[in-house]
Design a protein around this ligand. Sequence first.
Ligand code: KG4
Ligand code: ZN
Length: 391
Amino acid sequence: MLPYYIDMSSALILGIETSCDETAAAVVRSGEELLSSVVASQFTAHQPYGGVVPELAAREHLRAIAPVVRKALADAFSDFKSLDAIAVTQGPGLAGALLVGISYAKALAFALDKPLIAVNHLEGHIHAVLLEERQRGNHELRFPLLALVVSGGHTHLYLASQRETSWTYENIGRTRDDAAGEAFDKVAKLLALGYPGGPMIEKLAGHGDASAVKFAGVQLKGTPRNVSKKQPAREADARTFDFSYSGIKTAVLRYVEIHGMQEEIQRRKEALAMIAKPSLEDVLKVCSEATLDLVASFQKAMVEDLASKTMDAIRETNASTLFVTGGVAANSELRREFEEVAGMEGVAVSFPSRRMSTDNAAMIAAAAYPKFLSRDFASQEFSAEASLQLR
Ligand code: KG4
Ligand code: ZN
């Protein structure tokens, strides 16, 4: 039960995020004032494996969670007692990793007798944009609002609605196979460019010719206008803006084979294995022009496909506002392309700042604020949901 003296208009919320490979905690006041945001990356633990290892992720979260939360409170000049609520990511994500944050948040809420709020990670990514818009003093939102969440696990389009303090979401498009970030990561792995792939591909792409390799549209399957008759009508109607990125990864692999690039990849793998955290210069030294062109062309194809399918959705839904968020939204070329095409449609596009694009806990604390206002609190019994849907 909420103590009667809580001032609902000024809520200090501690957010906790452990859905994947970042242990994060943040303190946000009333969904708009960022007081602290701490993110502990597990990069060095997973790097030798070229991707996130779920068991390792859970173990690393266990090690990091208490110091990360303590630092978030210290950075905010705050303490446990002054918090009004504890918010935590419920899903989607890795079950073992999610459970670390959830167990910690439950224990904290119980010990402090504070309300507990369960947040969907994808809603967090959307609220990262809202938090920063409010910080800039922009409280006016024009609806319909379309949000593209483009991360390592998701490429989802949502039509978002707000009624009083509550937000609801309709999923109108999603990837049918690989997420966009997953494609960046898999292509980076196959070219031995390190993990996570997105940031390094972005840096290398600036040194290549993006028009050198043409990826046929067929590899990025088109938007299915005639949805299968086997699909239930409602589901088919609701999701007509799907993406698909497993084809382009296969196309990159085929290109590598046809152009005999395997030896170079092997040499690069061995050279970079000797360096703890390879810099752009380290990687550039072991990349041929052909590799740089391939990487730049891949990034261009991804970005153009994401933007053109999102614009299809904009036109069909008459959306006035577009949010592009999630780890891949940190990509500068993606931002440039979206700004250009959204500008042509007369639609306002907003991105989170780069550090708020990738996983963090400020977005979780911000997304919790509307739930705090509507007293949408979680019980001590709630658990992790690895495939939690956003509605
Ligand atoms: O949102 P996020 O931090 O975690 C998930 O919820 O998945 O997104 C991580 C993903 C990874 O696939 C990573 O390669 C990609 O975002 N990413 C990027 C960039 N920075 C991160 N992709 C393209 N360009 C970037 N600059
Ligand atoms: Zn994420």
